[in-house]
Design a protein around this ligand. Structure first.
Ligand code: APR
Length: 231
């Protein structure tokens, strides 16, 4: 298991042009969670929900990874067994930057999932074909996204991935959905990089706090990790 864990949220993709959720102008100011991204939306508000994710995929096609994604990819390529990447993001910007084995805790936007048997199907950045059904079981597909109130099966892997962590980096997450503070308390070094403080995060438990854009903070973060790796 990796000694360095990089945990990210929407803030790392903000400078690529993808909106965050809770900042001013964020997605949850424009859309109501309970209409678009809550368990049950696919039953009572199916077309609007699918259209929301069609629009997210279309937007994803028009953006590119930023220097923070690339710097993390370079670091991981240098220490392949010692750098794990965990993200709450459903975009594929880490993958496009060259990162490997990313743990997507909240799903993956370019992918659909069969509502009946769970089989997945990559559609890239295209619209979800409404009549398209699963070739295994005939079930209907949904975006492979974890909605509020639904089980998040990848969460159990978060604990596995944190098992040997000694150096934790949080980039661009308000901490409203996943609390990482308790992990920060148990590692040797922890860095928090968010543009602004968040009510959901206790900054005092972190070794270092950087209130900067991810693309501005990433060089210092990488230098600190390099120093740690060289012991
Ligand atoms: N660089 C670094 N941090 C940034 C930047 C930036 N350029 N821009 C914004 N941030 C920070 C904000 O200060 C904020 O703390 O990113 C954080 C974004 O917080 P949220 O919008 O709440 O995103 P996130 O924590 O990833 O949300 C978690 O909530 O709606 C759900 O499933 C969705 O995965 C998402 C989850």
């Amino acid at each position: 298991m990796a000694r360095v864990v990089i945990f990210s949220g929407a803030g790392i993709s903000a400078e690529s042009g993808l909106s965050t959720f809770r900042d001013t102008g964020g997605l949850w100011e424009k859309y109501r969670i309970e209409e678009i991204c809550q368990a049950g939306c696919l039953s009572w508000n199916r077309e609007n929900t699918l259209a929301f994710y069609d629009a997210r995929r279309e937007q994803l096609a028009s953006v590119t990874p930023n220097t923070a994604h690339y710097a993390i990819a370079k670091l991981q390529a240098k220490y392949p067994n010692d750098v794990a990447i965990i993200t709450q993001n459903v975009d594929d910007l880490f993958e496009r930057a060259g990162c490997k084995d990313i743990l997507h805790l909240h799903g993956f936007l370019p992918r659909l999932r069969c509502e009946q048997c769970g089989a997945t199907h990559l559609i890239g950045y295209t619209k979800q074909e409404r009549t398209f059904t699963c070739k295994n079981c005939g079930g209907s597909f949904r975006p492979d996204i974890v909605f509020f109130g639904e089980a998040a099966p990848m969460y159990e892997h978060l604990y596995d991935a944190m098992q040997d962590c000694q150096f934790l980096v949080i980039i661009g997450s308000s901490g409203n959905v996943i609390d990482m503070d308790h992990f920060a308390l148990h590692v040797k070094v922890s860095i928090l990089n968010n543009l602004e403080p968040s009510d959901a995060i206790n900054e005092r438990v972190y070794t270092k706090v950087l209130h900067q854009k991810a693309t501005e903070a990433i060089d210092e973060i990488v230098e600190d990790i390099e120093r740690f790796m060289q012991g």
